[in-house]
Design a protein around this ligand. Structure first.
Ligand code: SIN
Length: 553
């Protein structure tokens, strides 16, 4: 397979980029499962932007910076916020049905979520991601230059082996892709990683099964820089029910007046965030819930919206209402049992303002990327926004720099060789390690951390990474093995990054150092160690990027 643009992942970032380069050349989207099996498709809340006269760019910028706890890149925040409204118009133009205001026909009905000082979340009730994914896929299907290959799993990126060793930067020339049990070469002018997040690294997550951090792990192996991996966002309210897997109760429920109660029926957020209460930023709400669960010893807390008009609740939250109803919970009359769960990776592959990574011809978008928008804690509903803004920016860069991808000439690419590999006859070798990693991360590297547990996690993970790497070399590659190898690398990255942050900031809360430290106002940037003596994929911190202090009230 040869194409001008190889896009890995079929969520909002990948599809938006594909649409924008469809007239430039040939585009191939490879996606692990079905095209709709993405985190985008599950997104409930919506997409934040300044869309009302009562709002202003400066407010959205300020809210994003506050949420990011001093680690956002001001330039990135300003760019994303200011380009946001145009990108929302683009989505409307391809047919995304955002809900309109009843009182003001022609204007959008804007939702409110934690950390936002204004109503600014465009939504399609609580099924926003699905509406966006459907519209993008429908539009893509009408583009003859774009093909979508489902059930295709990327194994690794391919680097130009003819590049001289003295060249500082590697160049990406495509990827090895596993499809129908065969590994094929996909050669491309430009490769774009948009594989979403890595929630599956934790025992409990709101993410879909595909979220195994493939993009970050592949980029790391290819020599790209990765930053801010210690900042994992836990969504405060995932449904707590034995039959509910990964089901989120959107933050918009709190935005519309939902309150949090502990197991004794007491409203507790006033204690932790007296001003914003349930609408404090996510790090604060998740930590407060964690504390209440530890105090009571109970397995969950409760989110109650039953005091609101029942027709309003049913109409505004049709997805949440019907899922809960299916499980015997009528949210119009009863509180919903909820727990925090891993939701979003704020760090990722480091990119510049055009989505370019530190490897030539390799771009990265969406949750896989670290653009500097989220800092130490993402503001609710800023992720879909970042994906569309950066997809547009990367595509613009490709449009204006045709020689980057047009008529590219690569050195010859080797086919995949797995001589000597045998078929893995015991799935337990994979499942056991999955389970171990997810438990280590949940128990030792969760919402509240300490140095002792981080050290233990680091020791245990380094052994697991070695074992997985030996399976990888001895057995034929399968999807399970690829994902396990990736998830192990992500876990390792999160722990090693967390060990470097000797303070509590945003999503990284360290019991040993509960306050912020001015000397830690930087991003930790990692790369893999490539000398032959290090254990496979050992990572090292290569530099810090200082972040300027911005005065906000
Ligand atoms: C939600 O609906 O609460 C999720 C939105 C987000 O993660 O930004």
């Amino acid at each position: 397979m040869k194409c001008d643009f190889l896009i890995i992942g079929s969520g909002i970032a990948g599809l938006s980029f594909a649409l924008r380069v469809a007239d430039l050349g040939t585009v191939c989207i490879v996606t692990k499962k079905k095209d709709v099996d993405t985190a985008t498709n599950l997104a409930q809340g919506g997409i934040a932007a300044v869309l009302d006269e009562d709002d202003d760019f400066s407010y959205h910028i300020e809210d994003t910076l506050k949420s990011g706890a001093g680690l956002c890149s001001y330039e990135t925040v300003k760019t994303v916020v200011e380009e946001g409204p145009e990108r929302i118009k683009d989505l409307i133009d391809i047919g995304v049905n955002f809900v309109e205001s009843r009182d003001n026909p022609g204007k959008l009905n804007l939702g409110r979520e934690g950390g936002h000082s204004k109503r600014r979340v465009a939504h399609s009730f609580d099924l926003t991601g699905r509406a966006i994914e459907e519209a993008l896929l429908e539009t893509i299907k009408r583009k003859p230059s774009v093909i979508v290959e489902e059930n295709s799993v990327c194994v690794d990126l391919i680097l130009d082996k003819n590049k001289s060793v003295s060249n500082e930067k590697e160049k990406c020339v495509g990827a090895y892709v596993l499809k129908d049990e065969k590994i094929e070469v996909y050669e491309a002018g430009v490769t774009v990683l948009c594989t979403g997040g890595a929630g599956k690294v934790y025992l409990y997550t709101s993410n879909p099964d595909i979220a195994s951090g493939d993009g970050v792990a592949m980029a790391l192996r290819a020599g790209a820089e990765v930053a801010n991996m210690e900042f994992v966002q836990f969504h405060p309210t995932c449904l707590y029910h034995p039959q509910a897997k990964n089901f989120l109760i959107t933050e918009a429920v709190r935005g519309e007046g939902g309150i949090l109660l502990n197991s004794s029926g007491e409203r507790f957020m006033e204690k932790y965030a007296p001003n914003r209460k349930e609408l404090a930023t996510r790090d604060m709400v998740a930590r407060s819930i964690d504390k209440e669960m530890k105090i009571s010893g109970c397995d969950c807390v409760y989110l109650d919206i039953s005091h609101k008009d029942s027709d309003f609740v049913r109409n505004r939250f049709p997805g949440v209402y019907s899922k809960c109803k299916e499980l015997g919970i009528d949210i119009t009359s009863k509180p919903i049992p909820v727990v925090p769960a891993a939701h979003y990776m704020c760090g990722g592959v480091l990119t510049d303002y055009w989505g370019r990574t530190s490897v030539d011809n390799l771009f990265c978008l969406g949750e896989t990327a670290c653009t500097g928008l989220h800092g130490a804690n993402r503001l609710a509903s800023n992720s879909l926004l970042e994906a569309v803004v950066y997809a547009h920016r990367s595509a613009t860069f490709c449009r204006e720099n045709r020689k980057l991808w047009k008529n590219y000439k690569h050195g010859s690419i080797d086919n995949w060789v797995d001589d000597g590999a045998v078929f893995l006859d015991e799935e337990i070798l994979i499942n056991h390690n999955w389970d171990l990693i997810r438990r280590i991360m949940w128990n030792y590297v969760g919402i509240v951390r300490n140095e002792k547990r981080l050290k233990l996690a680091s020791q245990q993970l380094s052994e697991i990474v070695k074992e997985i790497e030996s399976h990888y070399h001895n057995y034929h590659i399968s999807t399970g093995l690829i994902e396990l190898r990736n998830i192990a690398i992500i876990a390792n990255l999160i722990v090693e990054s967390a060990k470097y942050r000797k303070e509590s900031r945003g999503l990284h809360f360290l019991e040993d150092c509960p306050g912020e430290s001015e000397s830690d106002r930087h991003w930790n940037v990692f790369r893999r160690i490539s000398d032959g003596n290090s254990y496979p994929w050992q990572v090292e911190k290569i530099r810090e990027i200082s972040v300027k202090k911005i005065d906000i009230e």
